[in-house]
Design a protein around this ligand. Structure first.
Ligand SMILES: [Fe+2]
Ligand SMILES: [Fe+2]
Length: 285
């Protein structure tokens, strides 16, 4: 049961004078990652093979994630009429595969798997909220708000199932923290960087992780304000079993904000040193 449909978006309000061209390569990359939700559902269905309730919830979740991809893809095709969402997704899928046949979670336990899913939904919920508030283009703003609301519901979905498994598997606080920290650390791995490559570089241009991650992160990190990190930290704290709005959460949010600003500035400096990098390379090639 979807909470909204792609046809409900006010596509006729699209205003090409209202968006920063730097945002388009990121929307393209996000579209192909979201579209891959089907594969994650297959993986989760294997990991939770004897849990039909969770499997049903996962199948519904994947329908929403695929709709996120299709909606972002449609917006990117409006913003860049020469871009082909379906072709970009095929390219991504051909080069980035997760093991959908896994019989056990790569996080070591089902609780761990669900904590990792909570972290992913925290990231997407924060990201689309930040992007909605950073853009003045009315359609992108509406799309990002709708998606952010879904992502927050997804967090709650995985959190509720995580609590159920935690009662059975009894993971320690440190085990939960390790899974969460590990998943946060994967943000700059290939999933987004390779999606950036597939959706922005012309065929024939070699995938370079550093160049693509720099181009993606340098722009994406610029959307965030402290309030987004503060809220996201509260969700991470909740996922690992800590008080989400306590003093420790505030201290952690301030630390994370400082790290984000430092990383963002480093990515931007690196982008300036290589003016032909990222999306510009795709256009210049
Ligand atoms: Fe999503
Ligand atoms: Fe989600």
């Amino acid at each position: 049961m979807k909470h909204w449909r792609i046809e409900q978006v006010a596509w006729d309000r699209f205003d090409p004078s209202k968006f920063d061209p730097d945002v388009v390569p990121l929307v393209k990359a996000a579209a192909v990652v979201e579209r891959n939700g089907d594969d994650y559902a297959r993986y989760l269905n294997h990991v939770f093979a004897d849990d039909p309730d969770f499997q049903r919830a996962t199948d519904n979740w994947a329908v929403e994630e695929v709709q996120h991809g299709d909606t972002l893809g449609r917006w990117a095709e409006l913003a860049d009429p020469g871009w082909d969402y379906a072709a970009a997704f095929e390219r991504y899928r051909a080069g980035y595969r997760i093991n959908t046949e896994a019989s056990a979670s790569i996080r070591g336990s089902r609780t761990g798997e669900l904590i990792a899913r909570c972290i992913v939904e925290t990231g997407t919920s924060s990201y689309y909220t930040a992007l909605a508030e950073a853009t003045e283009e009315p359609v992108l703003r509406q799309v990002c708000k709708l998606i952010a609301a879904d992502e927050y519901r997804h967090f709650k979905l995985f959190y509720d199932h995580m609590k159920r498994y935690l009662a059975r598997e009894d993971l320690s606080f440190l085990q939960r923290l390790r899974v969460a920290a590990g998943r946060i650390g994967e943000t700059e791995d290939d999933e987004l960087a390779f999606a950036f490559h597939c959706s922005n570089d012309r065929p024939g241009i070699r995938y370079e992780h550093g160049r693509c991650a720099t181009a993606y992160m340098g722009t994406a990190m610029g959307f965030y304000r402290y309030r987004h990190i503060e809220r996201g930290m509260g969700m991470v704290f909740k996922a690992v079993g800590l008080e989400p709005r306590g003093r420790l959460s505030s201290v952690a949010a301030r630390g994370a904000w400082r790290v984000l600003c430092w990383r963002r500035d480093r990515f931007r400096a690196s982008q300036r040193r290589k003016p032909e990098g990222g999306a510009n390379l795709a256009q210049a090639a």
